[in-house]
Design a protein around this ligand. Sequence first.
Ligand SMILES: Cc1ncc(COP(=O)(O)O)c(C=O)c1O
Length: 410
Amino acid sequence: MKLDVFFSQLAHKIRASEVRELLKWQEKKKIISFGGGFPDPELYPVDELADIARDVILLYRGEALKYGTTEGLDELREEILKFMKRFGIKVGGLDNVIITSGSQQAIDILSRILIDPGDVVIVEKPTYLAAINAFNLSSPKYYGVPMDQEGMKIDTLESLLKEIKRRNERVKFVYTIPTAQNPTGLTMSNERRRRLIELAEEYDLLIVEDNPYSYILFEPVKYEHLKSLDKTGRVIHLSTLSKVLVPGLRIGWVIAEEDITRKMVLAKQSMDVCSSTFSQYIAYEAFRRGLIDKQLKILPKFYKRKRDLMLCFLEEYMPEKTHWIKPIGGMYIFVSLPDVVDTRELLTEALNRGVCYIPGDSFFIDRSGRNTMRLNFSYPKAHEIEEGIKILGELFREVVDKRLFTKVAA
Ligand SMILES: Cc1ncc(COP(=O)(O)O)c(C=O)c1O
């Protein structure tokens, strides 16, 4: 039976997440994965969480097992407000914070409540690919802003905004991951952050600040969250426990003006009624018992070692004229190879040889960056980092040497 004809136009627009597809591959075969954005399972505080989960059921009983309110558990939202305050984000009160099923749900809701077909969304080039997939469902028009060592190039953004205004197009928001960005690991300078806020005011647009990685910084960087600089309520701040605690709880949050959180709650109601009450109580207790603080202390040191290991093996094994950005935080290294290397074309061969990465063009709205890739260093074990980078280095060297040989022979 041909079931395709029953799908809506929206369903036809849904594309498989490349990362998810690769992860399926990885589960079937023993593969060294530099693909997903997974924390190291060794850092999951399993025993503490087992105690908390048991206590939550026994202590809160039915309360922890019932449907909750869509905006989320009050106690958890209180903890999040206190937590955010420590990072300079001070907002009115509970109405400014809602719990979502991971930040991904917040991105999806924002796509539904903010974007009409043809509205302009501005993103970094490159940017988080699952955000693009979520926004795509609302058919926006994208403009991309390139990045350098100080993050999104704000001068370019300014020229772009002028041009967009001249064309009479409607910009809804700038989506940015200003701290330890995915996929580049770059962090926006404070000067640019301030300028970005000014531009948002000048051109009357919103900013979506996606912040999963500021808790994993390897260098003492001075940064101010965009939300803490926001005087006019234009910044929607998203964060999550996925990278800090465990992704399986699916606990994320949004800090925004009440008008925005209220509309998000309405949209969320028909999606999942509420985020898991059980997970929310576990998250609440994890904050209350200091487990999150403990994780915050361990994580940066642990991942810095892995980052340094990967940097060291890249140096050793990658072909000449390969460049990468040394990330100051987060979980990824973004690598640019010589132009002859097409990372998408080579992915199947890399998988055959037992290594997985994400081809860089996935992160560019214009599908450029065919010679780039994103490598995750948080998940693989130390010996896998060496083995995997060596395998990739050999593969890419073969390609470079072959192309060089063909050129000389010609
Ligand atoms: C930039 C960014 N935003 C959002 C997410 C989604 O995180 P979660 O839905 O697990 O909270 C991720 C996960 O990798 C991410 O890298």
